[in-house]
Design a protein around this ligand. Structure first.
Ligand code: SF4
Ligand code: SF4
Ligand code: SF4
Length: 290
């Protein structure tokens, strides 16, 4: 059961937190949770900020029984303490017009590989399909943001300015009748690629920016950019490498965000980068001129 059982203010009761990767649940599972809550005399359930469902006011003496019922519903007891907790994601390519990556399948695959692992610190993972960052990945211990870099294709730009209108970062200007992108301003949202009526702005392909060491709470902190990779497989490998690294090097009692300097972030970043093949890492490809 681990951390998914939370003692309430009235210590006679506990709250049960479930495991629902990406917050995606079938209608049968949803009905099942309602039936389980009713079976134990619970009238209200709680939708959490980490896309799970909690069943409050449980009698701790009945934990074994409800644990079996929830596992049978394929919504088992989740985690909350110093573990890898429920992995959250935005709808991504499945539904959102702005998405650059398939967030939900990535969240589900990561859940199968790392969810619930006991750690020296709590590890929250959040995935957003584009830099709009609707799930605040930069405020999690590990955050993933889907990006695409706009590349100017061969062909004559009409200077129509459509891409300039669409770019919210004012990163595109028209110079001598041609669009010019300022990489310092571009956040790689990909909107301009989808806006050009003449198909002159091309996508670099999917990029997965991985950030580490962010946190919410009373002293919020943005995560640091660790690496950008080009495939979901590489993103999963990086997340696993980060978790293994934190498991070995971090210590309990303080959040990962507070330990990043003492853990020597630059060395950590170099160690992770050494494990990623050149073909899957945007920074290495750029260094190699690929
Ligand atoms: S982060 Fe981007 S892709 Fe995800 S829901 Fe928000 S706008 Fe859509
Ligand atoms: S990718 Fe986004 S930020 Fe970059 S130039 Fe295009 S619209 Fe602007
Ligand atoms: S939308 Fe296309 S054609 Fe128009 S200015 Fe931009 S790149 Fe040129």
């Amino acid at each position: 059961m681990k951390g998914g059982v939370i003692t309430e203010r009235d210590a006679e009761y506990c709250t049960i937190r479930t495991r629902i990767p990406a917050g995606i649940i079938s209608v049968d599972q949803l009905r099942g949770i309602a039936d389980i809550a009713e079976k134990y005399g619970i009238a209200d359930i709680h939708l959490t900020t980490r896309q799970t469902i909690e069943i409050p006011h449980m009698d701790p003496a009945r934990l074994d029984s409800i644990s079996g019922d929830l596992a049978g519903n394929n919504t088992p007891i989740g985690s909350e303490r110093d573990e890898v907790v429920n992995i959250i994601s935005c709808p991504g390519k499945e539904r959102c017009v702005f998405a650059n990556i398939d967030t939900i399948s990535l969240a589900k695959t990561l859940d199968g590989k790392v969810f619930g692992k006991e750690m020296p610190v709590k590890m929250r993972i959040s995935i957003s399909g584009c830099p709009n960052a609707c799930t605040s990945p930069m405020l999690n211990e590990i955050g993933i943001i889907g990006r695409i870099e706009p590349l100017r294709a061969e062909g004559t730009c009409t200077g129509c300015g459509t891409c300039v209108e669409y770019c919210k970062e004012s990163a595109i200007t028209i110079k001598r009748g041609n669009s010019v992108i300022d990489p310092a301003k571009c956040v790689q949202c990909g909107t301009c690629v989808r806006s050009c009526p003449f198909d002159l702005l091309k996508s670099s392909g999917e990029h997965y920016l991985i950030m580490v060491g962010g946190r919410r709470g009373r002293h919020p902190k943005l995560g640091r950019e660790l690496i950008t990779v080009t495939t979901p497989e590489a993103a999963i490998s990086v997340v696993q490498a980060v978790i293994n690294w934190v498991y070995r090097r971090a210590w309990s009692g303080r959040l990962l965000s507070e330990q990043m300097d003492e853990l020597r972030f630059e060395k950590f970043r170099d160690e992770i980068r050494e494990q990623v093949p050149v073909s899957a890492m945007v920074e290495k490809k750029a260094e190699a001129g690929l």
